[in-house]
Design a protein around this ligand. Structure first.
Ligand SMILES: [Zn+2]
Length: 71
Protein backbone atom coordinates (compact mmCIF):
# COMPACT_ATOMS: atom_id res chain seq x y z
CA UNK A 1 0.00 0.00 0.00
CA UNK A 2 1.22 3.52 -0.73
CA UNK A 3 2.37 5.90 1.94
CA UNK A 4 -0.55 6.65 4.17
CA UNK A 5 -1.27 8.07 7.53
CA UNK A 6 -3.40 10.51 9.37
CA UNK A 7 -3.96 13.83 7.64
CA UNK A 8 -3.36 17.17 9.24
CA UNK A 9 -6.98 17.14 10.25
CA UNK A 10 -9.05 14.16 11.18
CA UNK A 11 -12.16 13.93 9.11
CA UNK A 12 -14.89 11.49 9.84
CA UNK A 13 -16.16 9.41 6.98
CA UNK A 14 -19.43 10.91 5.70
CA UNK A 15 -20.64 7.61 4.30
CA UNK A 16 -20.11 5.77 7.57
CA UNK A 17 -21.51 8.69 9.53
CA UNK A 18 -24.78 8.27 7.66
CA UNK A 19 -24.89 4.79 9.13
CA UNK A 20 -24.22 6.05 12.65
CA UNK A 21 -20.57 5.05 12.50
CA UNK A 22 -17.98 7.60 13.52
CA UNK A 23 -14.91 6.51 11.58
CA UNK A 24 -11.75 8.58 11.16
CA UNK A 25 -10.43 8.51 7.63
CA UNK A 26 -6.83 8.08 6.57
CA UNK A 27 -4.96 10.45 4.31
CA UNK A 28 -3.11 9.41 1.17
CA UNK A 29 -0.32 11.91 0.67
CA UNK A 30 0.48 10.78 -2.87
CA UNK A 31 -3.06 11.26 -4.14
CA UNK A 32 -4.00 14.03 -1.73
CA UNK A 33 -7.13 12.09 -0.91
CA UNK A 34 -8.81 10.81 2.20
CA UNK A 35 -10.04 7.28 2.36
CA UNK A 36 -12.06 5.12 4.68
CA UNK A 37 -10.82 1.68 5.62
CA UNK A 38 -14.33 0.52 6.39
CA UNK A 39 -16.51 1.44 3.42
CA UNK A 40 -14.02 2.12 0.59
CA UNK A 41 -15.00 5.77 0.37
CA UNK A 42 -12.27 7.91 -1.24
CA UNK A 43 -12.36 11.66 -1.77
CA UNK A 44 -10.32 14.82 -1.59
CA UNK A 45 -10.71 17.32 1.22
CA UNK A 46 -13.25 19.38 -0.66
CA UNK A 47 -15.45 16.37 -1.31
CA UNK A 48 -15.22 15.22 2.29
CA UNK A 49 -16.24 18.60 3.63
CA UNK A 50 -19.08 18.86 1.14
CA UNK A 51 -20.43 15.44 2.02
CA UNK A 52 -20.10 16.07 5.73
CA UNK A 53 -22.10 19.26 5.29
CA UNK A 54 -24.86 17.36 3.49
CA UNK A 55 -24.97 14.73 6.21
CA UNK A 56 -25.10 17.40 8.89
CA UNK A 57 -28.07 19.10 7.24
CA UNK A 58 -29.85 15.83 6.57
CA UNK A 59 -29.41 14.58 10.11
CA UNK A 60 -29.47 17.97 11.81
CA UNK A 61 -32.71 17.38 13.68
CA UNK A 62 -31.65 13.91 14.73
CA UNK A 63 -28.40 15.18 16.20
CA UNK A 64 -30.21 17.52 18.55
CA UNK A 65 -31.15 14.55 20.67
CA UNK A 66 -27.52 13.95 21.52
CA UNK A 67 -26.66 17.53 22.46
CA UNK A 68 -27.29 17.02 26.17
CA UNK A 69 -24.91 14.09 26.35
CA UNK A 70 -22.26 15.87 24.31
CA UNK A 71 -21.91 18.79 26.70
ZN1 LIG B 1 -16.54 4.99 5.63
Amino acid sequence: MAQAGKGRLNYRCPMCFMRDLDIDMFYDKDKDEYYCIRCQYVGNEEDVLKRNEVVRMKYGSMMKRYKMEDF
